[in-house]
Design a protein around this ligand. Structure first.
Ligand SMILES: Cc1cc2nc3c(=O)[nH]c(=O)nc-3n(C[C@H](O)[C@H](O)[C@H](O)COP(=O)(O)OP(=O)(O)OC[C@H]3O[C@@H](n4cnc5c(N)ncnc54)[C@H](O)[C@@H]3O)c2cc1C
Length: 379
C-alpha cells in the first residue's frame, strides 16, 4: 500500500512533489503544443541532476544513486499523476537490456548510452506477415541476420536496436535465442516504415537482410535471449502499472475539481447522486489498483519471484486506468473529447498500455501457465 512507506521514501516523495510544483510547473508555462523543445528538455535534466532524481535509475558504477523498486514505483506514479510531458526527462538514461554487457558491448554501447551519447531501441515484436521469426546463422565469429521487427519505438533516431533473434549453428541446427545489438546504419538494415501511435509515440518497422554482426554483439550468451528480453519487459511492466495508477490519481483529482465547479443547470454535478455513484467507482478502482501496485513493488523489492504478480498488476492497473479515463470523459461531457483537453490525451495514452509490453490477454494466458505448470503466483 502507498501508506506505511519508510521515512526515507516519504522524504523523497515530498521532495518530488516540491520538484513538480516549483520546477516543472513554471517550465510547463513555456510549452507550446505537445512537442517539448530541446531547451526545455535540458532545463528539466539539469534541474533533475541538481535535485538528484536524474541518478535514481542509474547504476553506481556510472555515477548513479539507484533507488529501490518501491521508491522508483512511487516516483513513477507521482510523475504520471503530474500529467506533464516534462516528466519524461526527469530520470537519466538507464542500462535497460544492456545492464549485463561487458567487453566491447560495454565500451561501444552501454557506456555511451549511460553518458547520453547513444540511444538504443528494443526489437521484439514481429509482423503478422512474417514467414519466420528473425533468425541468424553463425558463420565463424559473425552472425548473419535476416528477418524483421515491426514495432520499434524510437527506432528512427536510435543508434542501435537490441533485437531478439533465433540463432542457428552453421549446420542449421538450433543454437537458441539471443538478444543481439544491431547498429541501425549497418549494411542490410532498412527502415521499412515510420509511424506514430495515438498516444504520441514514434516507431519504425525494420528489415534485416544478411546483416553481418560480430558474435560479441550477443548480450550474455546464445540461449539466454528470451529470458533476458522477458526480464527487461518485467521491469517495464511494473513501470507501466505505476504510470496507469498515476493517471487514475490525476483523473480523480481533475474530476473532483470538475464536480464541485458551477454547472449550467445551477447545481454542481457533484451534488447529483447518479454522478456520485460513478465518481465512487473511480475512487474505489483507483484505490484497489494502487494497493496492488504497491504490494507488487514490495514483492519485487524483496527479490522474491514476482513474475505472476507483476503480470496481474499490469493487467489490472492498465484496465482500471482505461475504465477510469473513459468514465471521466463521460462525466465531463463533450468538452473532454476536444483536442487539447487533458482527458482527450489521457484517453489516447491509456489505450496503448493494454497492448504495450504484452497484450493483456496473452499475459492472462502466461499467468495461468505460471500457476498450472510452474505452481507460481500469490493471491
Ligand atoms: C505504444 C506501443 C509501443 C510499442 N513499443 C514496442 C517496442 O519498442 N518494441 C517492440 O518490440 N514492440 C513494441 N510494441 C508492440 C507490442 O509489444 C505489441 O503490440 C504487443 O506485444 C502485442 O503484439 P501484436 O501487436 O503483435 O498483437 P498480437 O500478438 O497479434 O495480438 C493481437 C491480439 O490477439 C490476442 N492474441 C494473440 N495470441 C493469442 C492467443 N494465443 N490466445 C488468445 N489471444 C491471443 C492478443 O491478446 C491481442 O489482443 C509497442 C506497442 C505499442 C502499442
Amino acid at each position: 500500500m502507498p501508506e506505511l512507506l519508510s521515512k526515507e521514501i516519504i522524504a523523497v516523495r515530498d521532495a518530488a512533489e516540491t520538484f513538480v510544483n516549483d520546477v516543472l510547473r513554471p517550465l510547463e508555462a513555456e510549452l507550446e503544443g505537445d512537442v517539448v523543445p530541446d531547451v526545455l528538455r535540458d532545463k528539466v535534466r539539469s534541474s533533475s541532476q541538481e535535485a538528484g532524481f536524474f541518478y535514481k535509475t542509474q547504476p553506481i558504477e556510472f555515477g548513479g544513486r539507484p533507488a529501490g523498486v518501491l521508491e522508483l514505483t512511487m516516483l513513477r506514479e507521482l510523475w504520471a499523476q503530474a500529467n506533464s510531458p516534462l516528466t519524461n526527462y526527469i530520470f537519466g538514461p538507464g542500462p535497460g537490456i544492456l545492464h549485463a554487457a561487458d567487453g566491447e558491448l560495454k565500451t561501444n554501447y552501454l557506456d555511451p548510452v549511460m553518458r547520453g551519447e547513444k540511444r538504443g531501441a528494443f526489437g521484439f515484436t514481429e509482423p503478422d506477415t512474417a514467414k519466420r521469426p528473425s533468425w541468424a546463422r553463425i558463420d565463424g565469429d559473425i552472425l548473419i541476420i535476416n528477418g524483421q521487427k515491426s514495432y520499434v519505438t524510437g527506432g528512427a533516431t536510435a543508434d542501435f536496436v537490441s533485437a531478439l533473434i533465433n540463432v542457428e549453428n552453421a549446420d542449421g541446427s538450433k543454437a537458441g535465442t539471443a538478444m543481439v545489438v544491431i547498429d541501425r546504419d549497418a549494411d542490410g538494415v532498412t527502415i521499412e516504415r515510420e509511424f506514430a501511435s495515438m498516444e504520441g509515440g514514434g516507431h519504425v518497422s525494420m528489415m534485416f537482410n544478411n546483416v553481418r554482426v560480430p558474435i560479441s554483439h550477443v548480450i550474455g550468451k546464445i540461449g539466454e535471449g528470451m529470458p533476458r528480453a522477458l526480464d527487461n519487459i518485467g521491469n517495464v511492466r511494473l513501470m507501466i502499472s505505476a504510470q496507469a495508477t498515476g493517471i487514475c490519481m490525476w483523473v480523480s483529482d481533475f474530476l473532483e475539481r470538475h464536480l464541485i465547479a458551477p454547472h449550467r443547470t445551477g447545481i454542481p454535478l457533484g451534488e447529483r447522486e447518479g454522478i456520485r455513484i460513478r465518481y465512487a467507482d473511480i475512487r474505489i478502482e483507483t484505490y484497489v489498483a494502487r494497493s496492488a501496485l504497491y504490494r507488487t513493488a514490495r514483492i519485487a523489492e524483496s527479490s522474491d519471484n514476482d513474475v505472476n504478480e507483476t503480470i496481474a498488476t499490469k493487467v489490472f492497473c492498465t484496465e482500471i486506468a482505461g475504465r477510469v479515463v473513459d468514465m471521466a470523459v463521460q462525466l465531463v461531457g463533450g468538452q473532454a473529447l476536444v483536442k487539447g483537453h487533458p482527458l482527450e490525451s489521457a484517453y489516447r495514452k491509456v489505450r496503448s498500455l493494454r497492448l504495450m509490453e504484452g497484450a493483456n490477454d496473452l499475459l492472462r494466458i502466461n499467468l495461468v501457465k505460471g500457476r498450472l505448470e510452474l505452481h507460481k503466483g500469490r493471491l
